[in-house]
Unconditional design. Sequence first.
Length: 673
Amino acid sequence: MKAFNIALTGLILFIITSCRLNPLPQKYTVLSPDGKIHISVEIIKGQVFYSASKDSMPIIDKSRLGFEFKNMAPLGNKVSIMNIESGTFNETWEQPWGERRLVENRYDELTVFLRERNGLKRSFNIIFRVFNDGFGFRYEIPGRETIDSLVIMKEMTEFVMAGNHYAWSIPACKDRFYESLYRKSLLSEISDTVCTPLTMETARGSYIAIHEANLTDYAAMNLYCIDSSTLACDLTPWSTGEKVMGKTPFVTPWRTVIITDSPGELITSYLILNLNEPSKIHDVSWIKPGKYVGIWWGMHLGLYTWSQGPRHGATTSNTKKYIDFAAANNMSGVLVEGWNRGWDGDWTQHGDSFSFTEPYPDFDIEEITRYAAEKETRLIGHHETGGAVTNYENQLEEAFRLYQKSGVNAVKTGYVNSLLDNKERHSSQYGVRHYRKVIETAARYHIMVDIHEPVMPTGLQRTYPNLMTQEGVRGQEWDAWSTDGGNPPDHTTIIPFTRGLAGPMDFTPGTFNFSNPVQPGTRVQTTLAKQLALYVVLYSPLQMASDLPENYINNKAFDFIRMVPADWEETRIPDARIGDYVITARKDRNSEDWYVGAITDENQREIMLDLSFLLPDKNYLALIFKDGKLADWKDNPTDFNYSEQRVNSSQQLLLKLASGGGQAIRFTILSSP
Ligand code: NOJ
Ligand code: CA
């Protein structure tokens, strides 16, 4: 079955400019389709540079491009432009799932063919694609005749920002797994190498986010500040110090720069997805977004153990209780961690002991999956590797075969160790290769994946739509055991504009019980209503209801989690300020309903929500899940109110958000007026 079509509404048209007799000009400019963004490429004293502007205002000043290699001279500093190709492209394609079903992919393209003037006369190309909301570029090294294999020691790409902007950053490599709190500072105040996406706000109120798309067999890009405005590419190295090993013909990932006039447009930019390749999975009928519960939070709270013993969480009877709960509450899956051999002892240090095919004796996988099928729900598999990826790869086929045979169609993976195989970083080329192998293998067995401790996402879910969601964010689990009190209230008002630009986040919201037996000084720093709003604000096609089932029973607030979809027709951001508040409106993919999530930081606030996103000729019933009058994340998180109101698209709704609070609303059509 073909589940989604590529709707091609325009054709690529290339005009080839080639002039070999007379030397070509050494500067070219390519514009976005609306003419607002200009990208220039030029050669100055043999060195290749690019620059970018929007509405005639500089965004990126002349910035270097090129490579340093091992055992080979650098590339990019003694070159001429030999030829160019330019063209336009316009299509609308359909996502099998996502924040938006139909995605416009419209850009102007310029390929610059470069060759060294002397010596080896090596050639390489740089391809620019300019969209209305930013641009991307990548290097291509075609030539076997001059370069065969290569070892990149440094990618010389720079981003010379046209100002010392504010930026929200987390350090690269130092803090493990991208699980840090974002810090807002001027570029000049960043002393570390930082991760991308790196989101910036300019003094003129523009927003710029630098990241990458289609990270394939390469190292992840990090950035460091050379001076108050120059960001330089810093690829995650192999343990030997080399960055990337490759063979020609060779292409790099796309370097992406999103440029918008409001923070919300960063979220509704699909530039990164557009710079990934179309799906390699043709039958996507088995790929299904959904919600899940899990034998999971109980481990993080110390109520259950992953390992064997009297408090072992992953038992047949406990799993059946979770299956009953999932089936009764519109959840498609039940995650069970600690089901397989290898958890006894310090598993983070002994990942080699994990078996991905041998359940513990008190976990009857056959009976559990039979029972789940009877209840029309699924077990979600779990593969924690402890970072021992060779041990995992050795069992990969068998492990996925077991799951496929048992009807398990989704797996959560984990890599808790500061290094992979005690040697290589998660975001190195070694890690990138491993994660890809898992995604591809899972696809062959029709299994969706949710990767924890991943390499930063780069939009690969377009090509592999079984790559559903990933961690790579300081998620809600930190509110169980972190010694710093937990995620501060502004954290979730920042991550949609930073990590969220890279792809879906398995943040695992849904806490209803705010007490914490493990670290009494640490807890979820939100109100109950804000927990609900996170289901709309934080996008994930697999969305967890993370609390223990007993905390959901008989709580009116749980109705919202029960009904909120995990797949959307369309997304809008009516209002937002990074680090302060976010309002997200999403239309359900399978009905005419709209859902709104509004969240604030530690400051209470009142915001007017314009309902013009609703259909103009309809009356709607708004089901409103909001903070109670006395709600406050610190002293009164569970004060919560439910109300219903008739509304239409010409109205505005006043949203009153408590300190650390939020509001979640479902709009459903009542009748035609
Ligand atoms: C880290 C994951 O993020 C967490 O969700 C999981 O419970 C543990 N690893 C154990 O696999
Ligand atoms: Ca984690």
